[in-house]
Design a binder for this molecule. Structure first.
Ligand code: FAD
Ligand code: DLZ
Length: 508
């Protein structure tokens, strides 16, 4: 059969190696790339995210055309409402026998493609597995089946063996699977942080930036600071820079909170891997080579590979294993509205203000800021889990539901019935002080628990333990803390909880 197919390529599938494009025959099939209102507005996306995807899509179109593909490109000014409508526009103009698409990264869209598209388009819709990931749905289901607990560490070991990453004669390199204990240094200005190279902005990106500013005036994101790569070539150069100048310190300072730098020694690559500009296996292999050639320590290489091969694949596995029910979970019944400072960073808590400000302005915060500063605050204050998840999904340039939801609901908010985290990632101001230098610039004192100059994280932490004593009392990893709290003078406890309640009432 030599009939033409419609190959739909989504904004986060910009790789020649994705399953649908691998089927495309240049000169015969029609490849559709569409900037559409529904995808651009289903949450209040950061302008950096929209600009990244629109510019990367426009550049990808040129790459495909140079390879001889027929591309139907719909730009945002054509006012097409949805991807389904975009497909219909093409089908109205061309004789096509089948729609082919690589599985989307969000359940809502997969559901539409499965149940609505074949009927509304009157056409078979062939949804192919997204084989850019290193564990298929079947692999993950097989691994998860029959297990009481789905711990990342054991999944990660299987993945190391399967992909032969950091393995020596069947054993983990260096004799240990995990060097996490070496990855927790706090920041005391031990190193100079290298200056990140800018990516130059070409005419396509300039045009996109102007359009995004004009069309999304109420979205977060300061596009005067847009410096992201929008092609595979530039994303690879950014990654090369990381391997050469930052990887060696990545492991040690992975958990550091640094006043002077949002990126510290992190990769800044999630946005590229997630939209198809970088390949997850290639980046892991490159980091292993850097270690074997003596360019970084084993703990740096292992720390990095654990994130990409372990956490990233595991998180995605959990999403598809448990959706759509997963999204309805709210273990701790957290229901408070988000404080206004989530939208303007206007809070005196220095760590929180810095993390929110850079998230809004750049669409980036590193893992510990997302988990232990913003997420920890949301957990302790009992903020509404879906409001928090929507905030994360909108604000970060790398956010798609498959990766955002388990990280936010499960890891940060302990809201998924303890699937991802065996205990809440709850911490007081002392943890934040230990990890970095924000407290030096803060008007609150991490050593104080109540009073106008006490670090709010402290009383919030104890209020959180107090409220959930019944849930945590029996958790072996929380039992000691709960028991210590129970032993404290009831009057002291009441003062701390009331102080925290008062602050929360003022914020929300
Ligand atoms: P690095 O610190 O350099 O790490 C290297 C790579 O490892 C990342 O690029 C990423 O691909 C991968 N990685 C590390 N941790 C995770 C993880 N927990 N889950 C998945 N991949 C991981 N990551 C996203 O890609 N999109 C999200 O929407 C997202 N939301 C998050 C929400 C919360 C509450 C938390 C705690 C984490 C979230 N993460 C998310 C994971 C992680 O914070 C980001 O991947 C990381 O900060 C991206 O920056 P980087 O590229 O500099 O990462
Ligand atoms: C995030 C996003 C945005 C902002 N805009 C588009 C778009 O206009 N067209 C498109 O194909 N994809 C876009 N995306 C990415 C999709 O939302 C993403 O493919 C789904 O959420 C599934 O992961």
């Amino acid at each position: 059969m030599n009939e033409s197919k419609l190959i739909v390529v989504l904004g986060d599938q910009l790789s020649l190696n994705q399953s649908a494009l691998k089927q495309a025959q240049a000169g015969r099939d029609i490849v559709l790339l569409a900037e559409v209102a529904e995808e651009a507005t289903y949450v209040r996306h950061n302008r950096h995210k929209i600009a990244l995807l629109f510019s990367a899509m426009r550049h990808f179109r040129l790459e495909l055309e140079a390879l001889g593909h027929i591309v139907h490109y719909i730009s945002i000014d054509q006012a097409v409402a949805s991807l389904e409508e975009a497909a219909r526009v093409v089908l109205d103009q061309h004789a096509v026998s089948e729609v082919v698409v690589c599985e989307p990264g969000e359940y809502r869209l997969l559901n539409q493609m499965r149940s609505v598209w074949p009927v509304s388009l009157s056409m078979p819709v062939n949804i192919l597995e997204d084989d850019r990931f290193l564990a298929s749905h079947e692999d993950f289901e097989l691994w998860a089946s029959g297990k009481k607990q789905l711990r990342m560490e054991f999944f990660y070991r299987k993945m190391r063996e399967r992909y032969q990453l950091l393995m020596d004669e069947g054993q983990p390199a260096g004799g240990k699977w995990n060097y996490d204990a070496d990855n927790r240094s706090g920041w005391r200005n031990q190193r100079d942080i290298p200056q990140r190279p800018d990516v130059s902005i070409d005419s396509i990106t300039s045009e996109v930036i102007a359009e995004v500013n004009q069309r999304f005036p109420n979205n977060p994101g300061d596009l005067s600071q847009f410096r992201l790569a929008v092609t595979r070539y530039d994303a690879e150069r950014q990654f090369d820079w990381f391997v050469t100048y930052a990887l060696a310190d990545f492991g040690t300072f992975q958990d550091a909170l640094v006043e002077e730098s949002p990126w510290v020694f992190h990769g800044l690559i999630s946005m590229y891997i997630n939209c198809g500009l970088l390949d997850p296996l290639v980046v892991c292999q490159r980091v292993e080579i850097a270690w074997r050639e003596g360019e970084c320590s084993l703990s740096a290489a292992e720390g990095f590979i654990r994130q990409v091969l372990g956490w990233r694949e595991y998180i995605r596995g959990i999403y598809w294993l448990l959706m759509p029910e997963y999204k309805t979970r709210n273990t701790l019944n957290a229901a408070r509205p988000l404080p206004d400072f989530f939208w303007d960073a206007n809070t005196d808590m220095r760590c929180l203000s810095r993390a929110i400000e850079q998230s809004l302005d750049h669409g980036y915060a590193h893992h510990i800021q997302r988990l232990m500063v913003i997420g920890n605050f949301a957990l302790l204050a009992g903020l509404d889990v879906m409001d928090v998840c929507d905030w994360y999904l909108g604000v970060y340039v790398d956010a798609y539901e498959w990766v955002e939801l388990p990280n936010t609901l499960g890891m940060a908010l302990y809201g998924d019935n303890a699937v991802i985290a065996s205990k809440p990632y709850a911490a007081s101001g002392k943890y934040i002080q230990k990890q970095g230098n924000h407290c030096q610039q803060c008007r609150y004192k991490p050593a104080k628990t109540t009073g106008p100059d006490a670090c709010p994280y402290n009383s919030l932490y104890w209020r959180f333990i107090d409220r959930h004593l019944d849930t945590f009392g029996s958790n072996p990893r929380m039992g000691l803390i709960a028991a210590n709290w129970r032993k404290r003078d009831p009057e002291d406890r009441a003062v701390i909880v009331q102080w925290a309640d008062k602050m929360i009432d003022e914020w929300t």
